[in-house]
Ligand binder design. Sequence first.
Ligand SMILES: [Zn+2]
Ligand SMILES: [Zn+2]
Length: 276
Amino acid sequence: MILFNTHTHTEYSPDGRSTIEEHIQKARSLGVSYVAFTDHFDFLQMGLDVCDTDHIAVQMEHYRKMVADMAEHKVRCKKEGIFLECGIEIGWDGAVYEKYASQLLRDDKIDYVINSIHDVDGQSCYHPEFFDGRTQHKGYALYLEWVYKSLFAEYRFDTVGHIGYCCRNAPFAKNPLDYQAHKSILDKILTKIARDGKVIELNTSVNSAQTDTLASLEILQVFKKMGGENITFAADAHHCKDLVRGFEMAKIVAKRAGFDWYSIKKDGVWEKVSID
Ligand SMILES: [Zn+2]
Ligand SMILES: [Zn+2]
């Protein structure tokens, strides 16, 4: 049993269903000793107009409050042996709010940053409607193009979130990303992640993606071949009941892809942990 999670959403996220306290209680009852809270930093998801500076100021205040709240819980939990990492999941969106993300990350309390693609050109790729008027190949290719661009974000980040997110609710007979069909862009993405020493998630929130993890085994195998070294396990838990879901299977996928250890970040320092 893997008793940690690097990707957790609380009620500070618009789609989070549990409070920080509820996640902590769940961690306590399961014996989980590490939880990284990674609420969404995503203006689009909040329906915010990036030109509306007043609304953005309110939203930035919301994030600051969240960081302060997590930091407070962190101190308390340390005493009982549960490590809380204060993190964030940034939904990269064509650089329009990079400067706000950079501003927030100047706060050194935010240790862990996941960089994700949820939207392409202002349109969510979470919903099947993303493929209205697009073929599967075209939709996936567009998503991957944005993943590649997001790797050049100006703000600091550690991990590339859920590669293959566009497959989660895709309406096709075969939903997984086919490496051969998107070889050229996937090679560029995986080479850059490997060279930059960033981390790839084995995200176990897969919905209808027809794979055990995002990224999939096939993509992880290519990442490994390209010299990629760093992976981690991520439940993407929006509810405390999902705090460590699917990790036994994720462990098998990681081993099959040739990884013997995973990484977690604690107070800004990476630790490598053996996958037993
Ligand atoms: Zn995400
Ligand atoms: Zn998430």
